[in-house]
Ligand binder design. Structure first.
Ligand code: FES
Length: 76
């Protein structure tokens, strides 16, 4: 899904940048402008920021849920 029409960024681009930023600086608050800078973009109209913000929050929540899910036991 295209999220940002000014920079032609997709939800997958955003997820990839969020993963990279989370790995680099786990305690840092991840904002759309930080994500776009990570992807080498800046400026633009900002119209996509509300959607980008929701996608960032959703992706971070999914990663948190993955980390806290019980691990499967190895097959015997
Ligand atoms: S649509 Fe993303 S900056 Fe304009």
């Amino acid at each position: 899904m295209i999220v940002c029409h000014c920079h032609y960024l997709t939800d997958r681009d955003i997820a990839r940048a969020v993963d990279a930023l989370s790995a680099e600086t786990p305690q840092r608050r991840i904002t759309p402008s930080l994500v776009y800078a990570k992807l080498g973009r800046s400026g633009g109209c900002g119209g996509c920021y509300p959607l980008a913000h929701r996608l960032i929050a959703r992706h971070l929540a999914a990663r948190t849920a993955e980390r806290s899910a019980p691990q499967a036991l190895p097959a015997e």
